[in-house]
Write a protein that binds this ligand. Sequence first.
Ligand code: ADP
Length: 776
Amino acid sequence: MAKKGQRQALPMVALRGLVIFPYMVLHFDVGRDKSIAALEEAMANDQLVFLCAQKDIRVEEPDTGDIFEIGTLSKIKQVLKLPGDNLRVLVEGINRARIVEYLDNENYLMVEVEQYEETFLGGGEVDVHTEALMRTVLTMFEKYSKQSNKISPEAMVSVSEVKDPGQLADIVASNIVFKFDDKQKILECFDVAERLEEIIAILSRELEIANIENEIVKNVKKQIDKSQREYYLREQMKAIQKELGEGETIQSEVEELKEKIEKANLSEEALKKAEKELSRMEKMSAGSPEVGVIRSYLDWIIGLPWGVETQDNMDLSHAAQVLDEDHFGLEKVKERILEYLAVRKMKNDMHGPILCFVGPPGVGKTSIARSIARALDRKFVRTSLGGLRDEAEIRGHRRTYIGAIPGRIIASVKQAGSLNPVFLFDEIDKMSHDFRGDPASAMLEVLDPEINNSFRDHYLDLEFDLSKVMFLTTANSTDTIPRPLLDRMEMIELSSYTENEKAEIAKRHLIKKQSEEHGLKDGMLDINEGALSDIINLYTSESGVRNLERSIANVCRKAARELLETGASGIRVTRQNLYKYLGYPRYRRTKAGEADRMGVVTGLAWTAVGGQTLPVEAMVMDGTGRIELTGHLGDVMKESAKAGISYIRSKHNELGIDRDFYEKKDIHIHCPEGAIPKDGPSAGITMATAVVSALTEKPVRKDVAMTGEITLTGNVLPIGGLKEKVLAALRAGIKTVIIPKENEKDIYDLPPGIRRKLKFIMADDVMQVFDNSIVK
Ligand code: ADP
């Protein structure tokens, strides 16, 4: 092997973009005349040639300054003539050498070179540092070869067997692909450790680049794979659907829905959701049950009146006219409504308190709400909350439930077809709550104008604006309305109708309405006054006019049939022929014919469904002074019975009762219709009268009814609901009503007709009650 410092004159070939390392075998093509001449010279001698890279590959005739100083002493192994004058040579690198001097030669480049001996060449000890460098190079090269896939496993094995560090560096360098400049740099590294370090730096960069390259390829491939996969699956699905004859339907349905969604003016959130569902649907087969679920969900969304509003008619005189047209009487109620609308108009804001119409059934609560909608030119929807105990009824079920649908709010708004309907909640006092949640709290949210602009139904799972809806409610009584709801509402009371009012309502509205509904033209049906009065008194007994309307409907139905069967041109309904249309009366006109009875008194009660007569019975038997109270009585009522008895004990002398009755007699007080709970203090004087009548064995006048609270000392205290009670008394054929003195002012609120029909006795002491009701 050449020794350091050994000089030698050799022909040289300038390489373009190529570096040859010692131990490297390589072939390249030669075309330049000078290069060919140099090779021929070498072949003629000892086949040794100096190969050295030129700095700029574009230079055709490189001069001394254009060529690097360091190159490789190489041996030519083979020369092949190629077509044209080109040669292909196979060479093997032998040793590094430096050009000392260019020698004169016309035909080719001739140089004197000096060789270098490498530190470890020829088997010196490898130090630890160099060993570590070698191992690093080996592992990195292994990684590199795995990643690049360009190096054969055999080459790997032979590389790993190299013991000489310089040789290892050169072999590795010749096996990795990297920049020409870097290669020259390695070639110029005479120090072996330095050379190894240089290779490590290059390898680690190459590995890094390869890593990134891999990553990029993987990502691109993934993307391509995914879209190819989807495309492929979709095509396959289409083929299957076509085979099953389904493809068309779902695709056309998707198109149709897409069009509807575009037209529906959805909120941003709704649009996003709808589009997402649609793209899910697109991927499904027509037979999948999910398709139906998505379809109905989208139908719900599309069906809602996004952005649809009706124009309010805020003309108050128009409103007044509509209210009058639709309803007879109800003056105070109409006034309150007009005031309410006036305030809304003044404030230019429809967010007022929520009106709640309170009163017994059939007095026109629902229909007045409907009139408000008509007056404002708004749409009208109603939903009854009676018996509602499940919160989901209001807010809907989540879509995860099978068969889930939206709650009543959303369903009604859809039905209304506008964002600002008049929305009536009937029977808000009849909601209850149990384990399925508290509908009242959901209602609070719905009715609160601060938050109902983003009402969220569980099914839709979208925000929906309810702030433009005008909410109204009805209730029979305010007792059972939860407090927070009650606070949010403004009560408007509607009370029972008198007989005259009922007759007027029938004449002006109900008969006309029912005739039209049954196809009867003007003049075909005439119900005269007498017949109407009988329908009101003998066929119905109610606070409102619901049954009256139903009875009139019955008459209309029968009349229609009769007209067709007999060919008559009109029918006149009178007292005499009324039974033909309604059958026999359900109530008797008066109970005057009945005898006065001992211990039986007619009380008057006020319930959620209006006023009622409340019979109280008392019986006295020999016994030990026990007091029995039956008929589902509440605590207040029981206590007021006991107070009455104590008062009677204290006045036994004046009343003519044995003084030891409380030891020797048992008293039993009973209120029939035991299934209905009764409570309140207003039956106090009634129970006391019944007991006195039973103890004195004197009957009570049948045509007298009474109401009033009693104190221990016999005072009569005022009561509520006088109008309802008085009307109930009238319906029951009572002639005289005993009321507390303090309620006298309420009499003037009664319609004059009523005041004239009844005799009122004002009592402030219970003795006056006994005097006027117990027969002497
Ligand atoms: P509520 O809601 O109080 O139970 P509705 O509004 O259902 O009562 O009334 C029952 C029927 O009686 C309806 O057909 C209604 O139009 C009619 N009605 C009630 N009050 C009046 C009135 N003052 N004038 C005309 N019709 C009335």
